[in-house]
Design a protein around this ligand. Structure first.
Ligand code: PEP
Length: 246
């Protein structure tokens, strides 16, 4: 097992915050699987509206997006600087849903990651190929292109999220995921290869969590659908914690 600490990130997308996340966050935490844990990092990504509420509940919180400019004429956006001001510790950059819905380019994603680092917010940068790109044998080339221009010499986390596996119930096999994670690691600057966490994302759930987390280059998960179910998310945390002990 590597020296990298597991990170389990709950991406709630445009869904209501699970009520359990706000229960007893400061006191009895047995009912709140989203609270900070001792041996693994657990971060939640609520909508902007609930970032403050989750922080008040004692959770470690990230935003699903941040605009690179500090302020200005960008209706509907929130800047990295504003996220920093309220105490947000993480931010997702380049989730495939934002690349698709908001036409974010690789350059936009790099600008977000750089702006996050400037604000001392930890970016989780999402990359991954579409099904068509995989079937044409272009998966590695696509990912390599997405990595270009990113501030990989800094302390960032990469999330490998094959687009065809997000929210579809289709998961990459542990072998497919490991192969791509190893490839991504090989593309990192030499002195960041051992320390940079690479998360898997794409229909991760209780049934496949252990097999994924066992892979030497998979350092955690970016979890959408399953993270909205507190019991299921809690079980995934238990699986990760057991793997550290064993
Ligand atoms: C995600 O939100 O990044 C994700 C991987 O979603 P899901 O787990 O639902 O596929």
């Amino acid at each position: 097992m590597s020296e990298r600490t597991f990170l389990l990130a709950a991406n709630w997308k445009m869904n209501p915050t699970p009520a359990a996340a706000l229960v007893n966050a400061h006191g009895d935490q047995s009912k709140n699987p989203y609270h900070p844990h001792a041996d693994i990092d657990v971060v939640v990504f609520p909508t902007f509206l609930d970032v403050q509420r989750c922080m008040d509940a004692g959770l470690i919180v990230g935003a699903q997006y941040g605009h690179p400019e500090v302020s200005g004429a960008h209706t509907g956006d929130v800047s990295m600087a504003m996220l920093k001001t309220i105490g947000c510790r993480y931010v997702l950059c380049g989730h495939s849903e934002r690349r698709n819905d908001h036409k974010e380019t690789d350059n936009d994603v790099a600008a977000q990651a750089i702006a996050a680092l400037e604000q001392k917010i930890h970016p989780i940068i999402c990359i991954g190929e579409t099904l068509e790109e995989r079937e044409k044998g272009h998966a590695e080339a696509v990912v390599k292109k997405q990595l270009k221009g990113l501030p990989l010499e800094s302390d960032v986390t990469i999330a490998y999220e094959p687009v065809w596996a997000i929210g579809t119930g289709k998961t990459a096999t542990p072998t497919q995921a490991q192969e791509m994670h190893a490839f991504i690691r090989s593309q990192l600057p030499k002195d960041r290869r051992d320390s940079t966490r690479i998360l898997y994302g794409g229909s991760m759930k209780v049934e496949n969590a252990e097999a994924m987390l066992k892979q030497p280059d998979i350092d955690g998960g970016l979890i959408g659908g399953a993270s909205l179910k507190p019991e299921e998310f809690g079980k995934m945390i238990e699986i990760a914690e057991k793997m550290i002990i064993n």
